[in-house]
Design a protein around this ligand. Structure first.
Ligand code: 5GP
Ligand code: MN
Length: 325
């Protein structure tokens, strides 16, 4: 699986690593683990993302090396690089604005990802393993395959990636593969308690936002479909950022009756980001794909036009057709 990527890594000297907009622990963890490994091999690496790193993942980048496009970007970065490596995303719209630069540049690119479906022109080499619980699992396996050392920095980043995407070993993607890796990382010295707190502890603003958002909860069809929303006004009055809305939908999903659920988040530009989560029967990827989004069967996302009331009406009406009998 890794032969072509390993070959290009060995041959290259300069690398750009990137991931999706609104990166979370799997995105940042995969980037940091991969970049650290490449640097340990004597390579020059620049991580450039379309969004800044959320607070709860900054511990993985203690010397603030992750650059944000377009603020910290210089065009030479792409033209001088031998390869771009894109992790935890497989389509251009979800890479965000930096994706347009990559797409237009002639720098060869590779993709290491675990989502459904891949854009046709996304990369020259694609490792797409939808059975991997996290992109961090794939990065870990690549490093091991290439005989690299799992240093403390890499171990911590891979663990953060895994606990983010498995909800700390609770989601349906939790399997023997992640437990085996977690066991190795724990033996290598990571501290599961500290890392869990770092990744999942909430800001006071997030808890305040949670209260406001929960009061918007609506159900239909005996509670099989549920949805919540967050307006700009709710974000502002809680002094909350986009990232503070992470995890709220998991509480809705944990409701016994819920087969699948939706979270509508008003973005600063007026568009509405929709997160979708399933408990197994409903394939939410199908719904997200229809709206130009993507993800996995059990967890997907997409953006739709505002205003909020229209977004909710349109998407909930479409979602009703997926409610199981
Ligand atoms: P979340 O709802 O937490 O933002 O994302 C859930 C899953 O869907 C993640 O795997 C994420 O990468 C994917 N996802 C979220 N939004 C989008 C989107 O707009 N486009 C695509 N392709 N994937 C998305
Ligand atoms: Mn992921």
């Amino acid at each position: 699986m890794w032969a072509e990527i390993a070959k290009r890594i060995r041959a290259g000297k300069r690398f750009i690593v990137t991931t999706h907009i609104h990166p979370e622990g799997d995105a940042i963890g995969s980037e940091v683990a991969l970049a650290t490994f490449l640097e340990d091999q004597g390579k020059h690496v620049t991580i450039v993302n379309s969004s800044s790193t959320p607070q709860n993942n900054r511990f993985m980048d203690p010397s603030h090396k992750i650059k944000v496009y377009p603020k910290d970007y210089r065009p030479e970065m792409l033209s001088e690089a031998d390869q771009v490596i894109i992790v935890d995303v497989n389509n251009w719209s979800h890479v965000g604005p930096f994706g347009d630069e990559i797409r237009e540049s002639s720098t060869p690119r590779m993709c290491i990802d675990h989502h459904q479906g891949v854009d046709a022109d996304f990369a020259d080499v694609v490792v797409s393993d939808t059975s991997a619980a996290a992109a961090g699992v794939l990065v870990y396996e690549l490093i091991r395959d290439m005989g690299g050392d799992i240093t403390p920095r890499i171990a911590e980043a891979v663990y953060a990636a895994i606990i983010t995407d498995t909800g700390t070993f609770r989601f349906s993607n939790t399997d023997a593969r992640v437990f085996r890796i977690a066991m190795d990382l724990t033996r290598d010295g990571i501290n599961p308690f500290t890392l869990h707190r770092q990744v999942f502890s909430k800001t006071a603003a997030a808890v305040k936002l949670l209260g406001a958002v929960m009061s918007t909860l609506e159900y239909t069809s005996d509670g099989k479909l549920a949805w919540i929303h967050a307006t700009r006004q709710m974000f502002d009055s809680a002094s909350a950022d986009y990232e503070d809305s992470d995890g709220i939908l998991d509480i809705v999903r944990s409701t016994k009756s819920v087969e699948f659920c939706l979270f509508f988040k008003e973005l600063p530009d007026g568009r509405v980001k929709v997160s979708l989560r399933s408990n197994g029967t409903v394939d939410v990827y199908e719904i997200a794909k229809h709206y130009g989004g993507g993800g996995h069967r059990m967890a997907s996302g997409m953006s739709v036009n505002g205003p909020m009331a229209n977004a909710i009406k349109t998407v909930v009406d479409a979602a009703r057709k997926h409610i199981p009998a």
